[in-house]
Design a protein. Sequence first.
Length: 377
Amino acid sequence: MQQYDYLIVGSGLFGATFAHLAKKQGKRCLVIDKRNHLGGNIFCDNIEGINVHRYGAHIFHTNDKRVWDFVNSIVEFNRYTNSPVANYKGRLYNLPFNMNTFYQMWGVKTPDEARRIIDEQREEALEALGGQEPKNLEEQALVLVGKDIFYTLIKEYTEKQWGRRCSELPSFIIKRLPLRFVYDNNYFNSLYQGIPVGGYNKLIDGLLNGVDCLTGIDFFQSPYREWRKCSERLVYTGALDEFFGFCYGALDWRTVSFKTRVEDITNFQGNAVVNYTSHEVPYTRIIEHKHFEMFGEEVENCTKTVISEEYSEEYKNGMEPYYPVNDLRNNELAEKYRELAEKQSDIIFGGRLAEYKYYDMDQVIARTFNIFDHLNV
């Protein structure tokens, strides 16, 4: 078997970025992935000329100029700005919570009018607590934004996402809920934002250019010892508990499934992302993929569109883990696994699954930079 400096398990952003950095240092890398494609969750299918985010909407945003310059050195990014819309029982509200949202909810037109209503409702929530700290997410949210925003735009949507009532979720999940008293629908505060021109596959292909890659290889179903013989060091980006054979028990995850279909019209909903915040609709949102990369006349010139209904589910074996469940039990369990990981001197654990931490895409790349910068490559 050919010898490599690094065997990298997983070809998502962490694995692909690490391989790119190592190759630039003259290191030989082999990347393996159990899926039949590279790119992890940012992989795109091309359907009807539209780049479809197979594993859900991925919108790149960052304040880190080093990260932004790095990804743009691989592929040019467009000017897409994330401005989702919320649909609550047929009524539409702009997100994030801003003056457009407040006008749609109460008819107010000035920041002072909006603040007055929110402050009154927050005071009601504080009085209901009787001087005690919020014990759960519901109480915490009511204290932060008041009842109207909570019951219309947060409560049912959050319950669909987590599969639990807000009164059963810990308060620390939402430490703050930003309120903007300006007319600004840009969801992110990041300096830089966009989608790779030509889709995320262009980014992954650029990162892995010249790197040996094998797909359809399940690290745990293959002879582990044989794979380890081919490299000096291992970079692991899969689930943390799985690597250690679930010796302390399984970590909990939330997962997502999608129902994707082609619509024989040019424009289905007029926006890339529409959240459905009521229990009356079983899915959490609809993604219309063409709006990530097509603007103006391009939307109409592409005669069909592709949409995906997104459903949040409890993780079961065989599913793809998406989001760590950062409650007390899982945080304590994850810490025990991290202590095991730190003892593996020839293994690097990186990424959302291997660290059991929620990372945005830019944070994954920054994390890779940080780990690589401190390595004796």
